[in-house]
Ligand binder design. Structure first.
Ligand SMILES: Cc1cc2nc3c(=O)[nH]c(=O)nc-3n(C[C@H](O)[C@H](O)[C@H](O)COP(=O)(O)O)c2cc1C
Length: 327
């Protein structure tokens, strides 16, 4: 069992945050299919504070964009909002704002390797692994600023010669986080390549808060291996959920892999949820990549995927889906 504050989860896996992917429609699908919970994509503390200082001017474009990232789907509990930033005061302020806006857990991002997050003077995300004192101060300030639980996500290290995930995890635990998610790769590996299960186990053994393992899980067997070899409290899945939200029911033991007809049905539902949340134009454009992930392995699949670009309305998208052979 996994417990974060008043939230208890009995089995399954967590949907790891992914910018541009884990928005409300996809989070809803994954949680309906058995994900323990999901996390919003990363949100800048500057953007949150800016949105607030603009006195909820919901007409402002930037404010609107931030608001959308913070959205929850109806019935989402817990609503976990991920923040990133390097100024402790701003992070604390942003945490209070998202708590006031309804977040039920705040997750701190200390793992993102994206250039725009770690460079250009930002020094956020995984860059903070190189400044563990500051990382600890940010964490403490956020924990002290809010009443809701705070969790954090990091990596095993910045690079092969800078594996300090253990030190960082101890600092986070001491600063009061209630759960630590460890992506078992270093910053230079990005989001692919081998995951260091032995080092993850050292982290699990060293801290008293629950540790969630993450990295490279594409099946229940992979999840079982990570649980066994690291002793982690649960696992989180990122890329393995793209086009395959059923991975959560497989791991929870509540469902099986669907046939093509069921995949098409889920793609339609995903599209409808997307339209309701983000509007038709955005939904149709952004659902093309999801449809490519859902719809593989039938005669003519490659040609079908190429034609997705032609679908410029929800109705046209659905008409194209009608052409997938039933199975
Ligand atoms: C496209 C993409 C976007 C991501 N965005 C975030 C993010 O916003 N916050 C975060 O903590 N991690 C982010 N990650 C990292 C994932 O949460 C996860 O740690 C990583 O993909 C490894 O897990 P996986 O092998 O199961 O995909 C992102 C990964 C990908 C591929």
């Amino acid at each position: 069992m996994l417990q974060i504050g008043k939230y208890a989860f009995h089995r399954g896996a967590i949907l790891a945050p992914m910018a541009g992917i884990t928005n409300p429609p996809f989070r809803q699908l994954c949680c309906e299919l058995g994900a323990m919970y999901s996390v919003t994509e990363l949100i800048s503390c500057h953007a949150v504070v800016y949105f607030d200082s603009k006195a909820r001017n919901r007409e402002k474009k930037r404010g609107q964009k931030t608001l959308l990232l913070m959205d929850r789907y109806e019935g989402e509990h817990p609503h976990v909002v991920q923040l990133y930033g390097r100024e402790p005061e701003l992070m604390a302020q942003a945490a209070q704002i998202v708590e006031r806006e309804g977040a039920e857990i705040i997750d701190l991002n200390f793992g993102c390797p994206a250039r725009k997050v770690i460079k250009n003077g930002m020094g956020c995300g995984v860059a903070l692994m190189r400044d563990p004192d500051l990382l600890g101060e940010i964490t403490r300030r956020v924990v002290d600023a809010v009443k809701i639980p705070v969790t954090a996500k990091t990596r095993i290290g910045y690079g092969p010669a800078e594996k300090n995930g253990l030190e960082v995890a101890k600092i986070m635990a001491q600063a009061g986080v209630q759960l630590i998610m460890i992506h078992g790769r270093t910053r230079d590996q990005g989001h692919s390549g081998p995951v260091d299960l032995a080092y993850m186990k050292e982290i699990v053994d060293a801290v008293s808060v629950p540790v969630v393992g993450n990295g490279g899980i594409a099946s229940k067997a992979d999840a079982d291996t990570m649980m066994e070899k690291t002793g982690c409290a649960a696992v989180a899945i990122g890329q393995g959920a793209k086009g395959n939200p059923w991975i959560f029911s497989e791991i929870a033991g509540t469902g099986e892999q669907p046939n093509l007809t069921a995949r098409v049905a889920t793609c339609r539902r995903h599209l409808a949820l997307y339209v309701a949340w983000g509007g038709e134009q955005r939904a149709v454009t952004e659902m093309r990549k999801h449809a490519c992930w859902y719809l593989k392995g039938f005669d003519g699949a490659a040609a079908f995927r190429k034609r997705l670009g032609e679908a410029t309305s929800e109705a046209a998208f659905n008409r194209l889906l009608d052409e997938v052979p039933p199975q």
